[in-house]
Design a binder for this molecule. Structure first.
Ligand SMILES: [Zn+2]
Length: 110
């Protein structure tokens, strides 16, 4: 279960970045290899007692970016996804991150 390591690491970096500012909402992205339920459990666990606890979490699934060997079309998918234009195989040119904090907003009092 690589979710736990990846999420713990990203959460630690994020907590370092925000300091003690309370967080209203955070946008988390997960790649095709992540199990979102496990990532969510881990996120809840590692942010307990921090300024992120209680923040609204928005999950976004992201896919790899591929380029077709045959026709050069770029498309989103996993490494086994076939080209939507011609059905050939493609090469991953830009892998999705396993897990990342894409955005966050601070809690505004009042
Ligand atoms: Zn193609």
């Amino acid at each position: 279960m690589h979710e736990r390591g990846v999420v713990s690491e990203a959460a630690a970096a994020f907590l370092g970045e925000i300091g003690d500012r309370p967080v209203q909402q955070v946008v988390l992205v997960t790649g095709p290899t992540m199990v979102v339920d496990v990532a969510a459990d881990t996120w809840a666990h590692v942010t307990e007692g921090t300024p992120v606890e209680g923040a609204e979490v928005v999950w976004e699934a992201v896919l790899d970016r591929l380029e077709c060997f045959a026709c050069g079309t770029q498309y989103a998918g996993t490494k086994l996804t076939q080209c939507p234009s011609c059905g050939a195989s493609g090469l991953v040119v830009e892998p999705a991150p396993d897990f990342a904090v894409r955005a966050w907003s601070a809690h505004v009092p009042g």
